[in-house]
Ligand binder design. Structure first.
Ligand SMILES: C[S@@+](CC[C@H](N)C(=O)[O-])C[C@H]1O[C@@H](n2cnc3c(N)ncnc32)[C@H](O)[C@@H]1O
Length: 293
């Protein structure tokens, strides 16, 4: 079961009140949504969005409330989703980026380098699977993705191995095949064994295959169409690149006096939370209040 990160901190910043309309753009296991729903009460409304149909179907089963609207869709399309459901701009929006533990453990879509699954790496069939994408990418493109989205110093070596395989017309069909290839490409004492050699490359390919950077940029660029004046926005990211994007958007909006920044520094997990949920170690939470939209 996915354990929500920075739950209390996020709810404190979003401050959902009775009767308000909230959006959870990354439903996942619904950890944040359930508390928001509790706080806004029966007179409030909650729109939940997730690309992963398993996540939205499960929430439908668990939470058959009349005041919940469930959309199996991309949060980058929130302005259109609001129109489609004839909803006004929200009093609050949460984005808890990336993937959930359920997706690593149960999706069967190749997110885990410890499993032997088809190398899809996508949250839904909306995006092209990674094994197919790799057949069309140039070596330099593969290297740039691994380096920029994974901060992987052996990006060049890994990209070369992948391209060699594709050149021999051997498609990398499974997560295990990719993990084994990466292991062969990097030195045996990779990071002194602290992390699995495939950790960073898998993260990079997941971000790339799901267009996570583009989706984040799009939702932040449209925030005024999604959240109303006085509304609160909270974003939890797990990667320095994403956190930088969030920080820059919020700073630029603050300069234009469109938002008030509620977190001078990003909020991070307490030692107690990290010890219970290691996934929270890299989480960074930033929040703003909309002043003009
Ligand atoms: C970290 S999990 C959210 C966990 C959730 N807050 C909880 O506590 O259970 C991120 C979720 O966002 C979804 N997701 C990622 N990118 C998305 C996008 N562009 N649009 C909609 N959902 C997305 C993933 O499928 C995943 O279920």
């Amino acid at each position: 079961m996915h354990v929500p990160v920075l739950l209390l901190e996020t709810i404190a910043l979003l401050d959902p009140k009775q009767g308000e309309f909230f959006i959870d753009g990354t439903l996942g296991g619904g950890g944040h949504s359930k508390i928001i729903l509790d706080k806004i009460g029966k007179t409030g409304k909650l729109l939940v969005v997730d690309l992963d149909k398993k996540a939205t179907d499960q929430f439908k089963e668990e939470t058959a409330a009349e005041n919940v609207i469930i959309a199996n869709d991309n949060f980058a399309k929130l302005p259109e989703i609001l129109k489609k459901h004839k909803l006004r701009r929200a009093d609050g929006l949460i984005l808890d980026l990336g993937f959930s533990s359920d997706q690593i453990e149960l999706s069967g879509r190749g997110f885990s380098f410890l499993r032997d699954e088809p190398l899809l790496m996508t949250y839904s069939d909306e995006n092209e699977p990674l094994y197919q994408l790799l057949t069309r990418m140039k070596q330099e493109e593969i290297e740039a993705v691994i380096r920029d989205y994974g901060d992987e110093r052996y990006a060049g070596r890994i990209a070369r191995e992948i391209r060699e395989k594709i050149r021999r017309r051997e498609i990398i069909r499974s997560s295990k095949e990719l993990a084994d290839l990466i292991k062969r490409a990097v030195p045996a004492n990779y990071e002194h064994g602290r992390i699995h050699p495939a950790t960073r490359t898998f993260q990079a390919f997941r971000i790339y295959a799901n267009k996570e950077v583009e989706n984040l940029e799009s939702v932040l660029a449209n925030i005024g169409k999604i959240v109303t004046k006085g509304g609160r926005v909270a974003v939890i990211s797990f990667h320095s690149l994403e956190d930088r994007i969030v920080k820059n958007y919020f700073r630029n909006y603050a300069k234009e006096q469109k938002v008030e920044i509620l977190t001078d520094k990003p909020v991070t997990a307490s030692i107690a939370e990290v010890s219970q949920n290691p996934r929270s170690r890299s989480a960074k939470l930033r929040a703003v209040k909309i002043l003009k939209s």
